[in-house]
Design a protein around this ligand. Structure first.
Ligand code: HSE
Length: 295
């Protein structure tokens, strides 16, 4: 058998949409499962070529829950998404592990069950929703259920990811968040998130800068990222519609005009003046989500 799973990168939170909003991109991790007499895991990074590999661990966990021993297999990973940078790389591994487990379970899980299982293992629904279903997603939990909706973004928007050479784990980035927030901050985010989504959907990009402000996670996490405020300010000086911390960071995501060709060159020149290495990468929106091919 051969199973190929292609999962897009995503940017979660998107300003005030902490743990709710995410948008997927045409930047992919690809996972290929084949029959084998022994376990072989081939990834671009040797560190992950063993049983601790998140894809393999997820697959084993699900099969064990169903009382099935994991078969010997060959897993080949082709990674375009940088690891631990706030672009949903680990969520792609979890999704691939769940989808592959379902293949070994003779496809007994429904699409809904695969989605719910991946969310349960990942812990948050934002990245998984947009990576599985594609595009801009809004998702939430209520009464042990996860609800999601897809929203269309009209053309005219380009995203540029500013990706540093240092990593930040979600665990560390969640540890700096407060346990509780004030009513003022909660209301602030609620208002901003609603205007942000409504404006995105309507293609009214010019005020996004105001709606993208956040009081739930960026003020706490930005201290973990050297020059965060300066980079955001520079992006706005160069004409960006919006700039926010991507997921748990450290990548900074820029929303900007499609036709503004000089932006990437100018922000990259600025990033070269900083002590850390940063790379500006243009990303277009993926609307397909996860693609599975098999024989
Ligand atoms: N919403 C999550 C967070 C994304 O910001 O912690 C990372 O899983």
């Amino acid at each position: 058998m051969m199973l190929k799973i292609k999962v897009p990168a995503s940017t979660a939170n998107m300003g005030p949409g902490f743990d709710v909003l995410a948008l997927s991109f045409k930047l992919y991790n690809e996972f290929i499962f084949e029959d084998s007499k022994e376990l072989i895991i081939n990834t671009p990074n040797k560190r992950y070529n063993n049983k601790n590999n998140l894809v393999y661990r997820t697959l084993v966990q699900i099969l064990e829950e169903k009382g099935i021993e994991a078969p010997a297999l060959k897993l080949t990973m082709r990674n375009e998404i940088p690891i631990s940078r706030g672009l949903g790389s680990s969520a792609t591994c979890i999704l691939a592990g769940v989808i592959a487990a379902n293949r070994y379970l003779k496809k007994k899980m429904t699409t809904e069950e695969i989605y719910l299982k991946a969310v349960a293992i990942e812990g948050h629904c934002d990245n998984i929703s947009s990576q599985f279903f594609g595009g801009l997603t809004l998702s939430m939990r209520e009464e042990d259920r996860i609800f999601y909706r897809k929203a269309n973004i009209p053309s005219g928007l380009l995203c540029t990811a500013l990706i540093p050479d240092f990593t930040l784990s979600t665990k560390k980035a969640r540890a700096v968040l407060p346990e509780t927030v004030s009513l003022t901050d909660a209301t602030y985010n609620l208002s901003h998130a609603m205007l942000f989504v409504e404006s995105l959907k309507n293609g009214q990009f010019k005020d996004l800068k105001y709606f993208l402000k956040d009081k739930l996670h960026e003020p706490y996490r930005s201290s973990l990222i050297p020059n965060f405020d300066r980079i955001i300010q520079k992006a706005y000086d160069l004409g960006a519609y919006g700039a926010f911390l991507s997921g748990a960071g450290p990548t900074i995501m820029i929303l900007r005009k499609n036709e503004e060709n000089s932006f990437k060159k100018n922000i990259q020149n600025y990033l070269h003046t900083l002590e850390d290495q940063w790379k500006a990468v243009d990303l277009s929106i993926d609307n397909e989500g996860t693609i599975i091919s098999q024989d």
